[in-house]
Design a protein around this ligand. Structure first.
Ligand code: HEC
Length: 163
């Protein structure tokens, strides 16, 4: 008898879950899809950015750190390229420009990491990290996206002059 009850309960639970799953979506499917994919690419950018950001206060990088910088830079270039291709916003010039700037800074970082033996490569990388951070902060501010409050923190000595 108990068994039948348990089976019945499981069945009811599954049935209930199925019905719930069929509730109509509030957000139009098309929009929802676009949003989540962009957000996914963004959080990958975020992961790569953070990998270099944690090292940005260091005074020396070893080979393995340069490798991280190289790979993160390459990833960010690819991710930004794909965002620019799939989610361009021709009616929003600021967005377009900042997205391009992010790609340029990431590309620059790759070049620096490839020539890490050169004098000043450490400072050059850290400079690119700052440029990156500026693009993140500026674009999110522009779009009123409030994640990552530390990106907006004023760091007068670190923020490079506006070009
Ligand atoms: C040119 C504009 C632009 C730039 C530059 C930019 N972002 Fe974003 N970011 C967005 C937009 C738009 C979203 C919202 C995506 C969505 O939810 O559809 C977003 C969302 C995010 C999110 C939230 C993702 C999630 O899981 O919902 C993170 C994290 C993020 N960005 C990190 C970064 C970092 C780190 C940088 C810089 C290295 C950066 N972004 C640069 C436009 C930008």
């Amino acid at each position: 008898m108990y068994r039948i009850l348990i089976v019945l309960c499981i069945f009811l639970y599954i049935f209930h879950a199925e019905v719930r799953g069929e509730e109509p979506e509030v957000v139009p499917a098309e929009q929802e899809k676009e949003k989540s994919e962009l957000a996914k690419l963004m959080s990958e950018i975020d992961t790569n950015y953070k990998a270099v950001e944690v090292m940005s206060g260091w005074y020396k990088y070893k080979k393995k750190h340069w490798k991280i910088i190289l790979e993160s830079g390459q990833n960010m270039v690819l991710l930004t390229k794909s965002i620019r291709r799939k989610f361009s916003r021709p009616d929003d010039w600021t967005y377009q420009e900042l997205m391009e700037k992010m790609q340029i800074a990431a590309k620059e970082m790759v070049e620096i990491a490839k020539n890490s033996d050169k004098e000043g490569s450490l400072e050059d990388t850290q400079w690119q990290v700052r440029l990156l951070r500026r693009t993140c902060a500026k674009c999110h501010k522009h779009l009123d996206i409030h994640i990552y409050p530390q990106l907006y923190k004023k760091k007068p000595k670190e923020v490079p002059p506006v070009p």
